[in-house]
Design a protein around this ligand. Structure first.
Ligand code: TXE
Length: 485
């Protein structure tokens, strides 16, 4: 075993190659705070190589029959499942999330993303319209060309596959830029794609920072379609670059999601569901319900029981089987979480649970980035902690007195990604779901995902929808052919 850290390579034209500039960044393991590998610090020159490869591959790939594209994507899904443990371990080490979560959620969902789109393209329907006595119109949905796919660090393989699968299933070629914080599973995916027989240049992965590589992908004139998932601040930069170039853009951004618990709800289910929606992946999921609102008659009991359950979540080394709460992805993100907990106390909040960095879970994790599940009460609804995305294991719980009041609270945010409503009153469930301004409303559940439904946010949570038919429409260009009769 050499002393040199393992160096990830870019994957361009079916080959693993060094960055043109020969520079690398340390890839830090969140659980230890120490580098465990290196990732290419690529730049626009590497993006140019990837564009050439994607351009060269587009002709044949776009003309490949859907059944053949489907077969390759199904093979990719099978190989991800074959190598599940290898992917899950890499994901856990890279992100700090519990290995159990990577094994049960992230990696299986990545395989299902490939499988879903591999079969979806076999059943697409194209419209036809007869203009009486004059013409016959039909719609051709054609691949758009090279797609630029930029993904974040929180669900690395899950969100990257959510973009790669539909993009290439539709006959496009792709240049993907994973987060520089969590590159490992993207690297392993390239090995699997090559083994599955994906032709060279169909998928190219260029590793590196946002400003050096992400910005180059976004600005490249030959990359006409951009699918971005990340923070709202960065999403705005992507949109500003794409707008004057008339690129097709999908933005899946941040959230500050309401989780509303009515007094008539099944409180056991609401508490169990709220624990997951509050602290899954250390609260680093854009869909987490970080603003909990509880109807006053149930409020005191909910807070007591929720805090008790949350105190039992086991914070530990992500690689240990008993761990429920792993490490925060980076020192930067940990500092952001600590900042908001301090701010909450300045804004008058009460720390009902957590609130301070814990002792390291073991010797190996002495210098890791850990923060316990934290519950804050007694905050004003419109304070900064209740308006700004924290993206960590920190939630607020606030009482409310009636439906109109809580809908006002829920909608009083710049975001509009997702929400949960817990009630056993069916009429109220439909009424509230209709009035909440979010792209997804879960009733008596959270993170139940059906890949056929449109998925995305309103307001500053994003533009466009991914998933299902929406994704197939996003990654294709409809052309109307009108034939005079
Ligand atoms: O996101 P960034 P980060 C939120 C969350 C988090 C914040 C920042 O609040 O604290 O975003 O997280 C690439 N042009 N979400 O730093 O910076 C970057 O390299 C093109 C919500 O991860 O948006 C990475 O690959 N690309 C989100 C990707 O963009 C650029 C999940 C995301 O990085 C770029 C993650 C640029 N100028 C964070 N700058 C969600 N909705 O799930 C950076 N990138």
């Amino acid at each position: 075993m050499s002393d040199e850290p393992f160096q990830i390579r870019n994957f361009i034209d079916g080959q693993f190659i060094e960055p043109v500039g020969g520079k690398y960044l340390d890839n830090i393991e969140p659980a230890t705070g120490k580098p465990y590998s290196q990732v290419p610090d690529s730049d626009a020159r590497d993006v140019e190589l990837a564009v050439s490869a994607a351009e060269k591959a587009f002709g044949d790939w776009s003309r490949t029959p859907a059944a053949d594209r489907s077969r390759i994507l199904l093979r990719i899904a099978d190989l991800i499942e074959r190598d599940l443990e290898k992917f899950a371990r890499a994901e856990s080490i890279d992100t700090g999330k519990p290995l159990s979560l990577a094994r049960s959620l992230d990696i299986p969902r990545a395989a299902s993303n490939f499988r879903f789109f591999a079969t979806a393209i076999l059943h697409t329907e194209n419209e036809a319209h007869v203009t009486d006595g004059i013409a016959f119109n039909y719609t051709l949905r054609q691949p758009r060309g090279i797609a630029g796919l930029i993904s974040p660090w929180n669900l690395p393989l899950y969100l990257l596959s959510w973009k790669i699968a539909p993009a290439i299933a539709c006959g496009n070629t792709a240049i993907a830029k994973p987060s520089e914080l969590t590159p490992m599973t993207a690297y392993l995916l390239c090995e699997v794609c090559r083994e599955a027989g994906l032709p060279n240049g169909v998928l190219n992965i260029v590793h590196g920072t946002g400003p050096n590589v992400g910005a180059a992908v976004t600005a490249h004139p030959k990359i006409g379609t951009i699918s971005f998932t990340g923070g709202t601040v960065t999403g705005r930069k992507v949109a500003e670059t794409c707008a004057p170039m008339f690129k097709k853009v999908s933005l899946e951004l941040g959230g500050k999601n309401p989780n509303i618990v009515f007094a008539d709800a099944d409180q056991d289910a609401a508490i169990a569901g709220s624990l997951r929606s509050s602290f899954a992946n250390q609260g680093q999921v854009c869909l987490c319900g970080s603003r909990v609102f509880v109807e006053r008659p149930a409020y005191k009991d909910f807070v007591e029981r929720f805090v008790e359950k949350a105190s039992q979540l086991r914070l530990g080394d992500p690689l240990e089987a008993t761990t429920d709460q792993g490490a925060i992805v980076s020192k930067t993100q940990l500092d952001k979480v600590k900042f908001y907990v301090d701010l909450a106390q300045q804004e008058g909040g009460t720390i009902a649970l957590g609130g301070a960095a814990p002792k390291p879970p073991n010797e190996r994790c002495q210098s890791g980035y850990f923060f316990p599940p934290t519950v804050i009460t007694d905050l004003p609804v419109s304070c900064r902690v209740n308006r700004e995305e924290i993206f960590g294991p920190v939630i607020t719980i606030t009482p409310f007195d009636d439906e109109e009041e809580v809908i006002g609270y829920a909608n009083d945010t710049d975001y509009g990604l997702a929400s949960s409503v817990w009630t056993q009153n069916l009429n109220r469930a439909h009424r509230v779901a209709e009035k909440i301004h979010t792209g997804t409303v879960w009733v008596n559940c959270w993170l139940v995902r059906d890949l056929r439904v449109p998925f995305g946010g309103m307001k500053q949570s994003g533009v466009g929808r991914e998933g299902g038919e929406e994704a197939l429409r996003f990654f294709t260009e409809p052309k109307n052919v009108c034939i005079a009769t």
